[in-house]
Design a binder for this molecule. Structure first.
Ligand code: SF4
Length: 363
């Protein structure tokens, strides 16, 4: 497949890994931000190709993993209302809330449906004028344009039985929160290529300067990641801290301006709680006043009660790169994809799921 197969070939992968070996003179810790990148790294065994001085740690870029348990509880409560059709991407259904997941709510009779786009949910709202259709708007900057578009379109068509439960998070504030932590061990970032396709990478430049940290915008295939690692190591070894773009076949410095404009028209930046990490200022999106009537939490007020996490789950430490999934005592024993204790074991982008699927038998 064009633009895929050529980024998975073995010989160039070995050449890139050898280049990293030649460059490396001391230990470096590099964090890939996105859960999709984590899955490629673990599935392809990239860590095994690298010299032992290079440690890859996995970041908070799995939107399902960082959606707070309180919001899952709110989703379950809204979904249980008889007038509601609750729509979500499939990943969210099995994420445990404090009492039930959306999947369990569906089993108990709630009308919970999997959709592949917020516009599918909007179509359901058009087709079911007597019902209230709620879409669970989860994701980073990558999914924000489509979610903004659905609300904009609903307003334009006067579809008043559509709303979204907003759980949008932003990457740069999370990177700053990780770098500001006294326990931070991250020395370079591989930024998420798809997020930068939308947002560009200008907003990473002040972060690279302020924290003296190299940031390489990186794609998702094995060769993308190896090249991103090579570029990060070259910067670390030479004492540079710049933003570089490995994913130039998709990313421009300014990003996708029409998508940014649609996001800015519908959403505004606000504080957001991250599961396992806590509240990070200016790290989320919420609907602007002009579109607030499409906010599911305004339409269906629910008490956002603080909910307890599993006491065994160390997802917060995993998402900040402080621990690896295999260091969790519950990994692959009490916590498996069939019996998840935390969101990173459920999501198709979760680090714990990646280690379970591809790495649990590796030493
Ligand atoms: S293995 Fe399970 S319990 Fe441990 S951090 Fe991952 S999700 Fe949480």
């Amino acid at each position: 497949m064009k633009f895929v197969d050529e980024y998975r070939e073995g010989a160039p992968a070995l050449r890139l890994a050898q280049a990293v070996r030649r460059l490396t003179t001391r230990p470096w810790t590099i964090m890939e931000v996105c859960g999709g990148q984590t899955h490629t790294i673990v599935k392809s065994g990239l860590q095994d190709l690298l010299p032992p001085e290079i440690t890859l740690v996995h970041g908070p870029g799995c939107p399902v993993c960082v959606t707070p348990v309180e919001l899952i509880d709110s989703a379950v409560e809204i979904a249980a209302r008889p007038e509601v059709i609750f729509c979500s991407f499939g990943d969210m259904l099995r994420v445990p809330g404090s009492a039930r997941s959306l999947f369990e709510a569906k089993a108990d009779g709630a009308d919970v449906r999997i959709v592949y786009s917020p516009l599918d949910a909007l179509k359901l709202a058009r087709e079911n004028p007597a019902r209230q259709v709620v879409f669970f708007a989860v994701g980073f900057e990558t999914t924000a344009p489509a979610n903004a578009m659905s609300v904009w379109q609903a307003a334009r068509e006067g579809i008043e039985n559509f709303s979204i439960l907003v759980a949008h998070v932003l990457v740069p504030p999370a990177m700053e929160a990780i770098l500001s932590s006294p326990n931070c061990r991250v020395q370079a970032f591989l930024a998420a290529g798809h997020v930068c396709t939308v947002m560009g990478y200008q907003e990473y430049e002040p972060i690279a300067q302020r924290y003296n940290v190299p940031i390489v915008v990186t794609g998702f295939e094995p060769l993308d990641l190896l090249e991103g690692i090579q570029m990060a190591v070259a910067q670390l070894e030479s004492g540079r801290a710049e933003v570089e773009n490995q994913y130039s076949r998709a990313v421009r410095r300014g990003g996708n301006r029409p998508a940014q404009q649609r996001i800015a028209e519908v959403f505004e930046v606000g504080p957001r709680a991250w599961r396992g990490i806590g509240e990070i200022p200016s790290s989320g999106l919420r609907l602007r006043e002009a579109y607030r009537r499409f906010d599911a939490l305004t339409r269906f007020p629910v008490a956002l009660a603080r909910a307890a996490e599993s006491s065994e789950c160390i997802a917060g430490l995993v998402l900040q790169g402080l621990k690896k999934p295999k260091e969790c005592p519950a990994f692959a024993t009490r916590c498996t994809p069939e019996t998840p204790l935390g969101a990173p074991m459920v999501s198709s982008e979760g680090a714990c799921a990646a280690y379970y699927l591809y790495g649990r038998h590796r030493p």
